[in-house]
Design a protein around this ligand. Structure first.
Ligand code: GLN
Length: 491
């Protein structure tokens, strides 16, 4: 019986019945990771994984029963971990081992989940193709020539290739939703402040948010329930009780009002992406949901707003990497200033350096008002637009990405083209709202297409409910790439 393709429920049942051990399960996934050609993992340490699996088996033997006990998962290498390296996909931290765990890691370990290792990502989570990693590009399991999306590309590829049943990701401007869409899996970014950022290597602190990635909405609901919750160590964590995000999964959709922003379905959307989206919306209507056209008039402005605010915060956050305290230090330098300059020039890749330059510029005297302050004002207006629309509809639906995954190398020398492709994910990030991506079919070249759902603050359970009802009636989320990644869907 192949363990790696089984649902969380079926694994749960066998673990609970002690027909399967957490050690056997972890070994099955470790073997798949070892044999995988996707470059989805940066650090794998079987001895640490198996120690966690043995601990889970002891808890199971003692009669403990919780949703994630003994279930393996992978962490995006933005969450710091004791034991495994914590690199953020950067040469700057290539050999860094954290002395403590991120809160998300601690919470999941307490829930009994077994860590399989650290997944590849764009450097400091900056990117949408995973090509900005010091550890090399990740291959999309559906097509080895394609990017997996980014920045949580390793996590998305790991779930899509059945190297891990669940994975954590982080989303600053789309990095959970967009790779989930491009790899044909489900991913949810919760409301800003819901998942602790403590120990999540910072990119843009007012936007960064941890999220859950899995094959289905139901799997993501279990993962998110264990990840999310108040953390006094994160000053922007929201004081709110823990939630069971699977509580509303089965709720019927009759009467649900879905807003379709006209700006999300315009000329910028490729026809091969639009068709599966339309079919998915028809399915939701068949289940009793009502779709209405709405408008988010400042959608296009989310790109300049985000690409000022995020680099501004990044330039500040990344100032800590100076070669003094931890991380890379240049081998040769003349004095202290030269050591800083060489260390940072060597340790950061081109996209990270570009963002630091942009960020320092927009924050500098004389430009702050013209760029940074203006971007903050736009951000507020974008959030206001969402607030108005979400009083009339329950959720918003649209594309995640205007195109399917592009080819590795195709856009790597065109940063602005990459930025423009974020148009449908940036708005919810700027507004701090929860967003989900679920697989709804395939576009050009047999590459996956995701539908995005955006909800009101703290309405994660609603998004998961809509996705789950869709997944009960369809099998897109059960499709698997052919081994070797030749594009084309096999059930
Ligand atoms: N693609 C966006 C960027 O490059 C978003 C990345 C993210 O969400 N971490 O900044």
């Amino acid at each position: 019986m192949t363990l790696h393709t089984r649902s969380l429920e079926s694994l749960r049942a066998d673990l609970d019945a002690r027909a399967l051990s957490a050690v056997e399960l972890a070994q099955a996934f470790l073997a798949r990771i070892e044999a995988s050609p996707h470059n989805a993992f940066i650090d794998v340490r079987p001895e640490l994984t198996l120690a966690q699996a043995r601990a889970a088996d002891r808890r199971l033997a003692a009669g403990e029963r919780t949703p994630l006990l003994g279930i393996p998962l992978a962490h995006k290498d933005i969450f710091v971990t004791e034991g495994w390296r914590s690199t953020a996909g950067s040469r700057m931290l290539a050999d860094y081992v954290s002395p403590f765990d991120a809160s998300v890691v601690t919470r999941l370990q307490a829930a009994g989940a077994v860590c399989l290792g650290k997944t590849n990502c764009d450097e400091f989570a900056m990117g949408s193709s995973n090509e900005n990693s010091w550890f090399g590009a990740v291959r999309n399991p559906w097509d080895a020539a394609a990017i997996p999306g980014g920045s949580s590309g390793g996590s998305a590829a790991a779930v899509a290739a059945d190297l891990a049943p669940l994975a954590t990701g982080t989303d600053t401007g789309g990095s959970v939703r967009q790779p989930a869409s491009m790899c044909g899996i489900t991913g949810i970014k919760p409301t800003y402040g819901r998942v602790s950022r403590f120990g999540m290597i910072a990119f843009a602190s007012s936007l960064d948010q941890g999220g859950a990635m899995g094959r289905s909405a139901s799997d993501c609901a279990h993962l998110l329930s264990a990840m999310a919750g108040f953390d006094p160590r994160d000053s922007t964590s929201i004081e709110r009780p823990d939630e069971d995000y699977s509580r509303d999964l089965e709720r019927p959709l009759s009467g649900l009002r879905i807003g379709l922003p006209r700006e999300f379905f315009g000329a910028g959307l490729d026809a091969d992406v639009r068709a599966p989206l339309e079919a998915a919306l028809s399915e939701l209507r068949a289940q009793g949901a009502v779709t209405v056209e709405v408008s988010l008039p400042r959608t296009a402005l989310s790109i300049p707003a985000y690409y000022v605010i995020a680099p501004a915060e990044a330039s500040s956050n990344l100032s800590r990497f100076d070669g003094v305290r931890y991380g890379h230090r240049a081998a040769h330098y003349t004095d202290l200033a030269d050591m800083y300059a060489r260390t940072r020039a060597e340790g950061f890749g081109p996209e990270v350096r570009r963002r630091i330059l942009v960020g320092a510029y927009v924050l500098s005297h004389g430009y702050y008002d013209a760029y940074y302050l203006k971007a903050q004002k736009l951000r507020r207006l974008i959030a206001d637009d969402f607030r108005a629309v979400l009083t009339e509809v329950d959720v918003i639906a649209g594309p995640v990405s205007p195109t399917v995954a592009w080819n590795i190398g195709e856009r790597s020398d065109d940063p602005v083209r990459n930025y423009l492709a974020d148009i449908f994910t940036l708005p919810a990030s700027l507004a701090g709202l929860p967003g989900l991506s679920m697989p709804v079919g395939f576009g050009a070249g047999g590459r996956p297409v995701g539908l995005q759902l955006i909800g009101r603050v703290f309405d994660e359970a609603r998004l998961l409910n809509v996705a789950h009802r869709f997944q009960r009636a369809t099998d897109w989320h059960q499709r698997r790439p052919a081994p070797g990644g030749a594009a084309g869907a096999s059930a």
